[in-house]
Design a protein around this ligand. Structure first.
Ligand SMILES: [Zn+2]
Length: 310
């Protein structure tokens, strides 16, 4: 592939932490950078740290009224505001006004943790965000850590249905690092998050300075469906993540492999027709969303070369 994609420079860069107030890597890093942002300075730009949900951070909870990272739909953002709106909906409008809307930032990072064994998950919302794909490839090649390997993850949603904070920028990447319990700071996860952010800013700096990044191919895990726990007639969970599935995020799950087990010794196996790659297995925050794990398919993608448009 000879074509070179050209994009504008990425000089307005924001790093959100605390979008979920109990995901501590982003909370700790952004609080630190608000005190001393020098680590976020590069030759061509200085990234801005921003604590997305300060009230949830103060209470060390995921959210106060509703999930902030599901509050960026066009419908919610454009609706008339009223006093009774949930805290996070008001906050989403403030954030959108500052970093999105007409003066949309060039690159948005959103820092998250997961209780699942997801390593360094690089989450994109647009399959054609070539700048973010090149960044993900750069991290896979230049920011290697076998304890927290990089996997590229695509939540492929239509623009108008996108409810995620990261979508307010022209380009974006969320980092989902785990496993880490809610409300807990693990030094290894914290250091890994910090390394990934610094490496990402290095990439954007090289890009802004005119470096051309060649075409490449990569595997992407694309979300296909969300799978709920088995439930009884009252809606109570009666089957738990099987011990052989626990911590096996990104490993192939074949038809017939066990996925749930009950207290009475019953097992439920995967009844799909082809191999899937489960992710967010047993994620604590997804119990309320009725999600036991998220199924993905592995997609091979060719990404064209990229350089900045002067
Ligand atoms: Zn989160």
């Amino acid at each position: 592939m000879n074509a070179v994609t050209q994009n504008k420079p990425a000089t307005r860069v924001v790093i959100f932490g605390g979008t979920h107030g109990n995901e501590m890597s982003g909370v700790s890093l952004v609080k630190h950078w608000l005190q001393d942002p020098s680590e976020l300075h590069r030759v061509t730009f200085a990234a801005e740290p921003f604590l997305a949900n300060p009230l949830a951070v103060e209470h060390c909870v995921r959210y106060i009224d509703t999930d902030l990272n599901r509050s960026f739909s066009q419908e919610l953002l454009s609706a008339c505001s009223s006093e009774g709106d949930p805290y996070e909906v008001k906050r989403a409008r403030e954030i959108y006004k500052k970093f999105g809307a007409k003066e949309s930032y060039d690159f948005v990072f959103d820092l998250h943790n997961t209780t699942s064994n997801m390593g360094s998950t690089l989450l994109l919302c647009k399959a054609d965000d070539y700048l973010a794909l090149h960044l993900a490839n750069y991290l896979q090649c230049n920011c290697v850590d076998y304890s927290f390997p990089c996997n590229v993850y695509l939540v492929d949603v239509e623009e108008r249905n996108n409810v995620y904070l990261q979508n307010i920028g022209k380009h974006s990447l969320s980092l989902e690092l785990g496993p880490q319990p809610q409300g807990v700071t693990r030094a290894d996860v914290l250091a890994r998050m910090r390394e990934l952010v610094n490496c990402s800013l290095d990439f954007l700096d090289l890009y802004n300075q005119g470096k051309e990044f060649p075409s490449f191919e990569m595997d992407i895990y694309r979300v296909t469906s969300r799978v709920d726990f088995p439930r009884d007639v009252d809606g109570e969970i009666e089957g738990f993540i099987h011990k052989e599935l626990q911590d096996r995020d990104y490993h192939p799950l074949k038809p017939g492999d066990p996925i749930f087990q009950t207290l009475t010794g019953d097992e439920q196996s995967f009844d799909g027709e082809k191999v899937i790659y489960p992710t967010f297995i047993n994620e604590a925050a997804y119990y309320e969303k009725k999600v036991a794990f998220i199924a993905t398919e592995k997609v091979h993608q060719v990404v064209p070369a990229l350089r900045v448009q002067c």
